[in-house]
Design a binder for this molecule. Structure first.
Ligand SMILES: Cc1ncc(COP(=O)(O)O)c(C=O)c1O
Length: 414
């Protein structure tokens, strides 16, 4: 029995038989063994360029030496916090975040994941405004714990758990007029991804985020930017909301914040919202949130982001990759509907799911890992590390051309 079969059997027996079946059906039975930079190597020694990038986690690639070293040093000193003494790594991280986030975003709460960052932002919005209504977007993705799921805009994941939290309203993304119709004085916050990731890399019309900011100001509502996927340089700016010089009231981060080495999440807020938590600082807490290992990783990641200006690299490399992919798509009509993105957050929308699925498995055959957008299976996203080289981008493009060629017979059927 191969290692892949053995691990799949363990998934089947001890994790979830349905998941094992799905992975088998998708031909995903390789076992990951190690990773460095842009490359993931499986147990058979096959090397793959990682264009899934942990759904945005590996902005710095896998196992970046500077980040690993920071974590290793912290591991030797003190991995987890005593919780009763002061933590320098957490204080350093909060200070760095205050410096790099826009406007007067100042106070940071550190947690362990994206969904926790969103949960924390929703709670802060409610307690700071004394209101409960949260407006979020159709097809949005904010995580799968109950509060974040109530905000997420995909019924497939919501309905089995209904009723979810009260007070959540969904409107189409990118449509400021529709948003205006549901905003009222009971609105605590509008929660929005500057670019929708799991919806299939959807860019809103130019000026949209600024309009949302104006509407929030007019109705006394807060703007929560979920930058769990777009933050930390991915879209060509440190934070995607900077594209329109918008300062949110609360900014949610996770994924790449941990430098691809540690799990971490955070929300950063304007001081004016913090009054209730200043009076009762223990109202929102987490045992592992702000742990020294994760904070050491995040501190090293932020230093690297600034030193290497990785956000600028994301813009240049993204423009280059998108242009190449579009040229190739034009050569294989009937396969691709649209290629879109900003920086190295790229979505390839296929004419149907079958072609998308085949291209994805052909890409794997050709040594490139990609993944579906969770809320739109016609879209494959490419989110490689921002450290990807030009030569690796060319390899990705070549693999894409081969995969499109292999999918051509399906275009004749459809
Ligand atoms: C925009 C956004 N928010 C929140 C989340 C949830 O993050 P996590 O999976 O770490 O809970 C995700 C995950 O994909 C995301 O893309």
């Amino acid at each position: 029995m191969s290692l892949g079969e053995k691990v799949l059997a363990q998934y089947e027996t001890y994790i979830n038989p349905g998941l094992a079946r799905l992975l088998r059906f998708m031909g995903l039975s390789a076992v990951e063994r190690e990773a460095a930079g842009t490359i993931v190597t499986d147990s058979e020694g096959k090397r793959m360029i990682d264009c899934v990038g942990g759904y945005g986690t590996f902005a710095f690639g896998h196992k970046h030496p500077q980040i690993v070293q920071a974590v290793a040093e912290q591991l030797q000193r003190m991995p987890l916090s005593s919780k009763v003494m002061l933590s320098q790594p957490m204080a350093d991280l909060a200070e760095k975040l205050a410096r790099i986030t826009p406007g007067d975003l100042t106070y940071t709460f550190v947690c362990n994941s994206g969904t926790e960052a969103v949960e924390g932002a929703i709670k802060l919005a409610r307690i700071a405004t004394g209101k409960t209504k949260i407006i979020s977007m159709i097809h949005s993705f904010h995580g799968k714990t109950l509060g974040s799921l109530s905000a997420s805009g995909k019924d497939l994941y919501r309905e089995p758990f209904a009723p979810l939290l009260d007070g959540f309203v969904h409107v189409p993304f990118g449509d400021a007029e529709r948003l205006e119709t549901v905003m009222d004085d009971q609105t605590a916050a509008v929660l929005v991804e500057p670019i929708q990731g799991e919806a299939g890399v959807i860019l809103p019309p130019v000026g949209y985020l600024r309009r949302v900011r104006e509407l929030c100001d007019r109705h006394g509502a807060l703007l929560i930017a979920d930058e769990v996927q777009t933050g930390m340089g991915r879209t060509g700016r440190i934070f995607a909301c900077e594209e329109e010089q918008v300062v949110p009231d609360i900014l949610c981060l996770a994924k790449a914040l941990g430098g691809g080495v540690m799990p971490i999440g955070a929300f950063i807020a304007r001081p004016s919202l913090y009054e209730p938590y200043i009076h009762a600082p223990l109202l929102h807490t987490s045992t592992f949130g702000g742990n020294p290992l994760a904070c050491a990783a995040a501190n090293a990641a932020i230093d690297l982001l600034l030193e290497e200006r990785l956000y600028e690299q994301a813009k240049q490399k993204g423009d280059y990759l998108i242009a190449k992919l579009r040229l190739l798509a034009d050569r294989y009509p009937g396969t691709v509907q649209e290629i879109r993105g900003r920086g190295l957050l790229i979505g390839i929308e296929f004419v149907n799911e079958e072609i998308g699925g085949l291209v994805m498995s052909e890409l794997i055959q050709n040594g490139v890992l990609t993944a579906f957008a969770l809320n739109n299976l016609r879209v494959t996203r490419m989110e490689p590390p921002l450290t990807i080289s030009k030569q690796e981008i060319d390899q990705v493009a070549e693999a894409f051309a081969n995969a499109l060629a292999a999918s051509l017979p399906l275009t004749q059927i459809s």
